[in-house]
Design a protein around this ligand. Structure first.
Ligand SMILES: Nc1ncnc2c1ncn2[C@@H]1O[C@H](COP(=O)(O)OP(=O)(O)O)[C@@H](O)[C@H]1O
Ligand SMILES: [Mg+2]
Length: 203
């Protein structure tokens, strides 16, 4: 069963076509990687998939809920917990599971106020890796079937990148994933890898 189907999808910013006739089917549970240089249309493609933009041509069918992790995490002046749940209620056990999956458990345990630590005052004390793990936890907490990853580690140093990629691998097991990146090495063990060039997708 395909949970994502794009049929001849194009998108233009004004006159400029940046996604060009993309056709793609992603079966449930598959991890799909898309590699391409900066500017080739990767982020635009994910914005189409997340419903932020509507295609100018073609059709997109998505049969499940979607979460997205972007290059730079958008943290809010709230507690760590609220940044993960965005104010929705979840069972304690689920939060615990999500925090472990996202590799936040050790750091959170080291904080006096744990998950209730207010990030407004501490936002600049956070490392890029911690911030991105919170963003991953937010995506995982929703328990969406589909997870979209837009160069989720490109703002991190090499060591942190490795650990965040590992957190992502754990957190997305069993999910349907589309991961766009300019670095093919981040897509080891992916089920299929496509190339994107100037808005076109190549198998
Ligand atoms: N909001 C926008 N308005 C106009 N052009 C844009 C906008 N966002 C991106 N672009 C252009 O569209 C092309 C594809 O961008 P993007 O999808 O961000 O590529 P990538 O994520 O692969 O770097 C680029 O040339 C970029 O400059
Ligand atoms: Mg991009």
């Amino acid at each position: 069963m395909n949970v994502i189907e794009l049929d001849q999808v194009s998108f233009s910013y004004g006159e400029r076509k940046v996604v060009n006739q993309v056709t793609l089917a992603v079966p449930k549970g598959k991890h799909v990687g898309i590699v391409g240089e900066s500017g080739c249309g990767k982020s635009t493609l994910l914005k189409l998939l997340s419903g932020l933009y509507a295609p100018t041509e073609g059709t997109i069918k998505i049969s499940k809920s979607v979460s997205i992790v972007m290059q730079t995490p958008q943290l809010l002046p709230m507690t760590i917990l609220e940044n993960i749940t965005l104010g929705r209620e979840y069972p304690k056990e689920w939060i615990h599971h999500v925090v472990n999956l996202s590799c936040l458990d050790q750091w959170v345990a080291s904080l006096r106020d744990g998950l209730d630590t207010y990030l407004g005052d501490r936002a600049n004390e956070l490392s890029g890796g911690q911030a991105q793990r919170i963003a991953i936890a937010r995506a995982v907490c929703k328990n969406s079937e589909i997870i979209l990853l837009d160069e989720p580690t490109s703002a991190l140093d090499h060591e942190t990148e490795k650990s965040v990629l590992e957190a992502l691998r754990r957190a997305t097991e069993g999910k349907t994933v589309i991961h766009v990146t300019h670095q093919r090495s981040h897509l080891e063990a992916y089920d299929s890898i496509y190339q994107m060039r100037e808005g076109k997708l190549y198998g």
